[in-house]
Design a protein around this ligand. Sequence first.
Ligand code: ZN
Length: 177
Amino acid sequence: MGELLPIIELGDPILRQKATVVENINDQRIQKLIDDLMATVAQANGVGIAAPQVAQSCRLFIVASRPNLRYPNAPSMEPTAMINPKIIASSTEIVKGWEGCLSIPGIRGLVPRSQAIEVEYTNRNGKLQKQEFTDFVARIFQHEYDHLDGIVFLDRLESTLDIITEQVYQKRVINNT
Ligand code: ZN
């Protein structure tokens, strides 16, 4: 079982750095970081977390979609570590959806993303995976991938009018009022 790690927030320069490639996936530090990220994202009610968010600037993130307090309508999947990920192809269809970020607490933004993506990554056992993701999971992947390049969802907004607070989001978007 992993250990809970502190999450750094917007303004910390590490979040704006380009993360470096993971050279040795079998390294005990990398395997422990994966366990710790999985524990941390579950505890924080997140659906994904990238290593730079815990001040480790390397190309690795967890995608862990499941319904929780922050995303009640998220689909369920096995939490997956994705190492040295790449986006091979992106759909031309762009969809806007609400995103939050554990490093930007208290606000949500309506972010345009590709509806479908074809990706490649190495899993925690060192095996190269090729997959296609659509809709919400594709959104999580693109959000986490951005973290590896020092980009946050605010950078992707079309307008500052697409920013709302977490409280308004909970009331308006989840309860459809
Ligand atoms: Zn984030």
